[in-house]
Design a protein around this ligand. Structure first.
Ligand code: PMP
Length: 360
């Protein structure tokens, strides 16, 4: 087996044990003579897989019956549209922009103003290195909802404290879901593309407080309507069955490995390893305000960008894959989601120190 350390931002590395389990039951799932991807989503066998995945996620995140859990498609990006369609309800929604992804969500929502569906208010605009402090936020009284992105995947900017606002909070948790315990009841809606901490691409998770599902605009396409999806157990049409199944295996893996509380400790320690190397050197730099440094995505630059190519080539040769930063930020980025092990991050930290010695 030659599985290397994969620091890709997404689709990201999956736990090896999960892939092994999927491999073992790929051709013949539990003696049924077919694979999971070959059975009807409406069959009793599949419903069992789907229900178990939802139950395990509810256990992992402490999700109460006040919330619906939806397993949808279209990525987090489709939720940028689905959210105003379902929740704006002729009012004003507040958006906090802290990087590329919250900016995209804001821009997409802004288009709905032209439909006369309501208004979209920019609360504050961050520059990708810091988060505007709450005292500068221009909040709307009685806003329909407040949208933000707790972890900006590209910039590596994380907001650790849940914002204190009076509107239902909508959070794009694509790159931080299941990385640390959160209090779900603080949120009106949580959404995430699966391809980082949940499973393979093709699945989008939406956790929505049930009372908020009653507000959808008459324009809302049925497939985007949360109430419709909840009433049909996310099976209004054919769901992403295999991705849902694999995500269920990831939830089982997480439960067997200390749950979210357990993985959070390792995640903190992993991030600490890299930030220490960066801070103890004048060769590497991370420009994010230390209070908002992401524990999932660690971007860093080298003192001389001419060395980027060499760094990428040598790290790849050392079995450390996909460290190229996003083009918006440049430099490097190590995405260290749940399935990236402490040992792999240690190997990266060691490589960085060695590279600095030979190239600084
Ligand atoms: N939000 C965040 C925070 C992301 O990291 C990403 C993907 N990298 C997206 C939204 C878009 O997700 P998708 O590709 O699933 O639409």
């Amino acid at each position: 087996m030659n599985r290397l350390a994969n620091f890709c931002a997404g689709p990201a590395t999956m736990p090896t044990e999960v892939l092994q389990k999927a491999q073992a039951e790929l051709l013949d799932w539990r003696g049924k003579g077919t694979s999971v991807m070959e059975i009807s989503h409406r069959s009793a066998d599949y419903i069992e897989i789907a229900t178990k995945a939802e139950q395990d996620l509810r256990t992992l995140m402490g999700i109460s019956d006040d919330y619906a859990v939806l397993f949808l498609q279209g990525g987090a990006s489709l939720q940028f549209s689905a959210i105003p369609f379902n929740l704006l309800n002729g009012g004003t929604a507040d958006y906090l922009n802290t990087g590329t992804w919250s900016q995209k969500a804001y821009k997409e929502a802004k288009r709905y103003e032209t439909l006369g569906l309501g208004s979209i208010n920019l609360v504050a605009q961050g520059g990708g290195k810091d988060v505007p402090t709450p005292d500068t936020w221009e909040l709307t009284d009685g806003a329909s909802y407040f949208h933000y992105c707790p972890n900006e995947t590209i910039h590596g900017v994380q907001i650790f404290d849940t914002p204190k606002v009076n509107a239902p909070i909508v959070a794009d948790m694509s790159s931080c879901i299941l990385s640390e315990p959160i209090n779900v009841s603080d949120f009106g809606l949580i959404y995430a593309g699966a391809q980082k901490n949940i499973g393979p691409a093709g699945l989008t998770l939406v956790i929505v407080r049930k009372d908020l599902m009653e507000r959808a605009s008459a324009w809302c396409p049925s497939i985007l309507n949360y109430k419709n999806q909840a009433d049909s157990d996310s099976m209004l049409n054919t769901p992403s069955t295999f991705a849902w199944y694999l995500s269920g295996l990831v939830f089982e893996w997480l439960l067997a490995n200390g749950g979210v509380e357990g993985i959070a400790k390792t995640n903190r320690a992993k991030a600490e390893l890299l930030y220490q190397v960066i801070d103890n050197s004048s060769f590497y730099d991370n420009a994010v305000n230390p209070r908002h440094r992401s524990i999932m995505n660690v971007p860093f630059t080298l003192a001389d960008s001419e060395l980027d190519k060499v760094f990428l080539e040598k790290s790849k040769n050392a079995g450390l894959l996909n460290l190229k930063g996003h083009r918006v930020v440049g430099g490097m980025r190590a995405s260290i989601y749940n399935a990236v092990t402490y040992e792999q991050v240690q190997a990266l930290a060691d490589f960085m120190k060695e590279f600095e010695k030979t190239h600084a």
